[in-house]
Write a protein that binds this ligand. Structure first.
Ligand code: SF4
Ligand code: SF4
Length: 283
């Protein structure tokens, strides 16, 4: 019969229209509220009424392998032996494979001997250039860089907010375990445990060792500060070349620190990099 299809279509639209209101009543006019645990039903085949996701009131659940910008995995901040220890060894592989070249790493040096240490002193990712390909996470030999699910990063100030520094990039191991439990467990199985056997030897394995390592670090830091202070007394104008020494805000995780502290830390890293380049004769 002519017009039968048209009629069917209109009836279907009418059904969805009515069912949307029926759904509202069913959930007490709170169907977009996070308090109502109906999201799985509304995303599944049993859903009725409107299908549109009412973002930002509603958000689609992210699959485990969803990827947005990368983050760096560090030991938990309350870990007794290696609090906040970087998994990254600043090997630079991720920066090499990154197609748009938006990763920039400053390798760490021992403050006393000047020899390289397997820790990044600074780590930057320009998240506006990052194309979320996930190559860095795939190639990292230490499972130290992972793809995050946080996609709500819009801001009006690109320079300040979209060049992520090490503090902003670092997230605890437990964050990764919650974000992608299956992948995290698979990777741990392959490694033979949650620790990295490749550089486990450099980690503290007892409380005494952790305390003595911390004491050694404190002593070294004091020595370097004293040396810098003495140099500044002799040549005040040149002392800026070593960059500001930023020790962070007590009691705060690095990503909770103020923008000002992070900016100072970033400038310090840039200055030190420039000095090293000048010494090598690249600058
Ligand atoms: S590849 Fe992994 S360990 Fe190497 S610099 Fe990148 S994040 Fe660090
Ligand atoms: S996700 Fe891709 S583009 Fe983004 S930092 Fe990693 S390698 Fe580079």
């Amino acid at each position: 019969m002519n017009g039968q299809g048209l009629l069917k279509g209109m009836l279907l639209t009418l059904r969805h229209f009515v069912e949307s209101y029926a759904d509202d009543i069913k959930y007490g006019f709170k169907k977009f509220s996070p308090d109502v645990d109906n999201f799985e039903t509304r995303q599944g085949t049993q859903t009725r009424g409107v299908f549109t996701v009412q973002y930002p009131d509603e958000k689609l659940a992210m699959p485990e392998r969803f990827r947005f910008v990368p983050f760096l995995v560090v030991e938990d901040w309350d870990d007794e032996l290696n609090p906040g220890k970087d998994w990254c060894t600043s090997c630079g592989i991720c920066a090499k494979v990154c197609p748009p070249q938006c990763i920039w790493i400053v390798r760490g040096d021992d403050p006393v001997t000047g020899r390289p240490i397997p820790e990044p002193e600074a780590f930057f990712i320009d998240i506006d250039i990052c194309m979320n390909c996930g190559f860095c996470a795939e190639y990292c030999p230490f499972d130290a860089i992972k793809m995050d699910h946080d996609y709500e990063l819009a801001s009006y100030d690109r320079t300040t907010n979209h060049v992520f520094d090490k503090e902003k990039l670092s997230k605890e191991q437990r964050y990764w375990k919650n974000l992608a439990p299956t992948r995290a467990a698979e990777e741990a199985d392959v490694r033979g445990g949650w620790e990295h056997k490749n550089f486990k030897k450099s980690w503290n394995t007892t409380k005494e060792q952790a305390q003595s390592a911390q004491a050694e670090k404190d002593t070294k830091r004091d020595e370097v500060r004293a040396r810098k202070a003495a140099a500044a007394d002799e040549k005040p104008a040149a002392s800026v070349s070593d960059g500001p020494i930023i020790v962070g805000q007590p009691g705060k995780a690095p990503w909770e620190e103020s923008e000002e502290i992070r900016e100072k830390r970033r400038l310090g890293a840039l200055q030190r990099k420039a000095i090293r380049a000048a010494k090598r004769g690249d600058g």
